[in-house]
Write a protein that binds this ligand. Structure first.
Ligand SMILES: [Zn+2]
Ligand SMILES: [Zn+2]
Length: 431
């Protein structure tokens, strides 16, 4: 196994400390007029590598917003973010073209891993061999964990470190490329917009329009007034019959829905789900909705597009949870359902915190390593702190978060509940 247990700590302090000890990180900047050139170049290199290996002059980056991207191929949260970043980057290149660039600083262990990772990246890289520059950047920007995206503003001159934003990963996950150009003004504007959206959000605004004040139901008059749902916890279920992950998730959600309803019926039936259909035609909608015991917006309703945009739904299935006040509790109801089933209700931060603590307690009794029937390497128990960030479970193909069994060799990752333990260690014989 390539990684020792200590490597699971994704702290780059070790690298930083090493740089300080041998004093090599303090080498004076190359004699150049440009701050950027001295940050990203070395005494014998004034260029970066592009995807196809050609050299791009660092001076070409002058005047652009430059994001320094610290990442490693072996670490699943980096690979997840990398996928996301590629999409965002390509989107931004289409709209803002030449004003933005990303520079990859590899935290991989060897040049093969670096080459493989870089082959996916449409942006620029610092050559793997230049460990000095990597060390000095890691120290200058106080990089403590990866993935990390440090955003440098053009024209920040001498104070380039002071003006740098270190929370690029968080900003991108939150606002996408809308955050561009990452200036204080832009970010304040986005915060303001988010707050206004939040303040004006009510269940009635979200689910009704001028022509319709009800949602569909399988029961009684086949309609339920939206007003009668006010005060409940509501799940908006974005889904479609043609979507394979939806086809898997819906049958899991149905019994959980019934359990939540029956566990909490004394609280006056305070949970409901509304299906927001992305189906392509009415017959598919009708046959898909027939599998669901909950409510639905009518097929093709004008609110469907508005809701998807409002909650920035990028993919389905997606379960958005609204609190009794009509405000968003989470857009990640799907992964909470996967992690905690009916116990996730009412999906609030305090409930999730409680469940996480409970899971931490349970994890104390789990074996540190396991062999799983579907994978040839040994799996190691990891938590969010030790490398178990958001992941896709290779068994149930659903999202996971926090505790996981992870293959340190190839990143294969499972929910603890999804491990099918192999009793004997006859690894070669299992599929
Ligand atoms: Zn799973
Ligand atoms: Zn493996």
């Amino acid at each position: 196994m390539r990684m020792g247990a200590e490597v699971q700590e994704v702290s780059l302090n070790a690298a930083t400390a090493a740089g300080q000890e041998n004093g090599s990180g303090d080498s004076p900047p190359a004699p150049t007029s440009s701050r950027l050139a001295s940050l990203l170049g070395s005494k014998d290199r004034d260029y970066l590598l592009s995807l196809d290996g050609t050299q791009v002059k660092i001076s070409d980056l002058e005047g652009k917003v430059v994001a320094l991207y610290f990442s490693a191929n072996w670490y699943p949260p980096c690979r997840n973010f990398n996928q996301f970043l590629i999409g965002a980057y390509e989107q931004l290149k289409r709209t803002n073209g030449s004003n933005f660039e990303i520079v990859f600083i590899s935290c991989d262990e060897d040049s093969n891993a670096f080459d493989g990772y870089r082959a996916m990246m449409p942006w620029l890289s610092i050559p793997f061999s230049d460990l000095e520059t990597k060390k000095s950047l890691t120290r200058k920007f106080e990089i403590e964990g990866i993935p990390c995206l440090v955003i440098l503003q053009p024209g920040s001159g001498k104070d380039i470190e002071g003006m740098a934003l270190r929370n690029g990963v968080e900003l991108l996950y939150r606002f996408g490329m809308n955050a561009f150009p990452f200036t204080k003004q832009r970010l304040e504007q986005l915060e303001r917009e988010e707050k206004e959206k939040h303040d004006s959000q009510t269940l009635v605004n979200l689910l009704t329009n001028h022509n319709r004040d009800y949602v569909l139901s399988h029961h009684g008059a086949r309609q339920v007034s939206v007003a009668s749902l006010v005060g409940k916890t509501i799940g908006l279920y974005f889904s479609a019959q043609w979507c394979l992950p939806c086809e898997k998730f819906t049958p899991k959600l149905v019994p959980i829905y019934h359990k939540i309803k029956s566990n909490h019926h004394h609280e006056n039936d305070n949970f409901e789900i509304v299906f927001v259909s992305n189906d392509r035609d009415e017959p598919s909608f009708a046959s898909y909705y027939a599998q669901m015991p909950w409510l639905a917006l009518p097929f093709g309703d004008s609110n469907i597009k508005t809701l998807a945009k409002h909650f920035d739904v990028q993919g389905i299935p997606c379960l958005v949870i609204l609190g009794p006040d009509g405000k968003t509790i989470t857009t990640n109801g799907r992964s909470l359902i996967n992690l905690y089933q009916e116990n996730a209700f009412p999906f609030t931060d305090s409930k999730v915190e409680f469940l996480e603590k409970q899971m931490d307690e349970e994890a104390k009794n789990l074996p540190r390593t396991k062999l799983h029937g579907g994978h040839r390497h040994e799996l190691t128990l990891v938590s969010q702190e030790t490398g178990g960030g958001p992941f896709i479970c290779c068994n149930c193909e659903e999202q996971g978060l926090g505790w996981a069994y992870q293959c340190l060799d190839c990143g294969y990752e499972l929910h603890p509940k999804c491990v099918r333990v192999v009793e004997d260690h006859a690894v070669g014989s299992v599929g």
